[in-house]
Design a protein around this ligand. Structure first.
Ligand code: SF4
Length: 371
């Protein structure tokens, strides 16, 4: 294999290679049509923890529903949460909503082109501020996401844990040195796109990589060992159960407290299993604690598994009926409730696990298995 050229000693050649490649190979993404600051902001918030292809779908629907910042600010919170349903991490949607109101009130409905003003807005941290300033406003500010981090650790063959303070400082310095001044919009995206499409985590496409001649990890045969991760924190398993109460053809749901995890979303009453409880016992107990309803005739609706940060949540669902006629709950874990026809459930925003149960219920109804 040919000896690699140190990337930091050939900055202008590396910049040219990246910009040329990005010009012809970038993915067509809706916010790249005009780089409008509102579009860049929404795409950046949606892109946190979410794959780009999914973001593109949600983004297009969002912009159709809320064409301008003022449309977000004047919407009902439930409309915002419903438009976000399925993307997870709902605090992002709530922060967009809060920020939109501030933008209307204090910034003439514009996204500020100023670092400190951006950082003062809910949900905008240093990375998102840098993304907005460089991509929307083309300011000379470097940007390091997970794709760029991986690309740099391979180009420079960094053998220390990537999250250590020393390596993070080194990456910031590298990003600053490599930045193509006056072209930050394209250059930052080129780095991220190269990491996403070529220098991928498990299967980097080294044979056709246009940066191969600069890549020290390729020369040293350490590509798949980079980046080095610290011992990862253990995944935590949580088992929960919930009850889908059906009474006289109507289904009970309740809205979570606003400050709770998944605040203001809707759910079936339920919670975590305690001690040696079975999921069925937990569902009965949770219903009693949260609503004072007593339920019977529990029938398994199956379970769903979903991941939330370091947690793996297994949620068991049961359909059931009320043991006595007492359709007005005492709300101990919710702000309001509804009794709905099953098809109406799809109009309400639910957390991921409950939403899968809703799909299952509606599917059963369509198959004639639920009344
Ligand atoms: S040669 Fe391979 S490891 Fe190096 S930058 Fe290209 S894809 Fe990444």
């Amino acid at each position: 294999m040919r000896q690699s050229v140190d990337p930091l000693k050939n900055i202008s050649a590396l910049q040219d290679a990246l910009l040329t490649w990005f010009t012809v190979s970038q993915r067509t993404l809706p916010w790249r049509q005009d780089y409008h600051p509102y579009h860049v902001w929404i795409s950046e918030i949606m892109g946190q923890q979410t794959q780009m292809e999914r973001v593109a779908d949600y983004f297009s629907r969002w912009i159709e529903q809320f064409p301008a910042v003022s449309d977000v600010a004047t919407a009902d919170e439930q409309q915002i949460l419903k438009a976000w349903e399925g993307l997870g991490y709902y605090s992002r949607a709530r922060n967009i909503y809060r920020t939109a109101k501030i933008l209307v009130e204090k910034h003439d409905s514009r996204i500020p082109a100023n670092h400190d003003q951006l950082l003062a807005l809910p949900g905008i941290g240093p990375y998102t501020a840098a993304a907005i300033l460089s991509i929307a406003y083309n300011q000379d500010i470097p940007l390091i996401d997970a794709n760029v981090e991986r690309l740099f650790t391979r180009l420079l063959d960094i053998s220390e844990p990537v999250k250590s303070a020393r390596i993070q400082a080194m990456l910031r310095k590298t990003a600053q040195s490599l930045l193509a001044c006056g072209k930050a919009r394209m250059f930052n995206q080129a780095l991220m796109e190269c990491g996403a499409l070529i220098c991928k985590p498990g299967k980097p496409d080294c044979p056709s990589c246009f940066l191969a001649e600069y890549c020290l990890a390729r020369q040293h045969g350490t590509v798949l060992l980079r980046p080095v991760r610290a011992q990862s924190a253990k995944r935590i398993d949580i088992v929960m159960a919930c009850a889908v109460i059906i009474d006289q053809g109507l289904c009970y749901i309740q809205q979570r407290m606003p400050d709770d995890v998944w605040g203001s979303l809707w759910e079936f009453p339920g919670g975590r299993l305690k001690n040696n409880e079975t999921p069925e016992q937990a569902a009965i107990r949770e219903v009693k604690e949260e609503t004072e309803f007593e339920v019977e005739n529990l029938q398994p609706l199956g379970f769903v598994v979903h991941h939330y940060t370091k947690y793996r949540v297994t949620l068991h669902g049961f359909t059931c009926s009320l043991s006595r006629n007492h359709a007005v709950p005492a709300l101990h874990a919710a702000v309001q409730y509804r009794w709905l026809q099953l098809p109406e459930l799809v109009d309400f925003p639910f957390p991921a696990g409950h939403r899968q149960l809703v799909k299952r219920l509606v599917g059963r109804l369509e198959a004639g298995l639920t009344s």
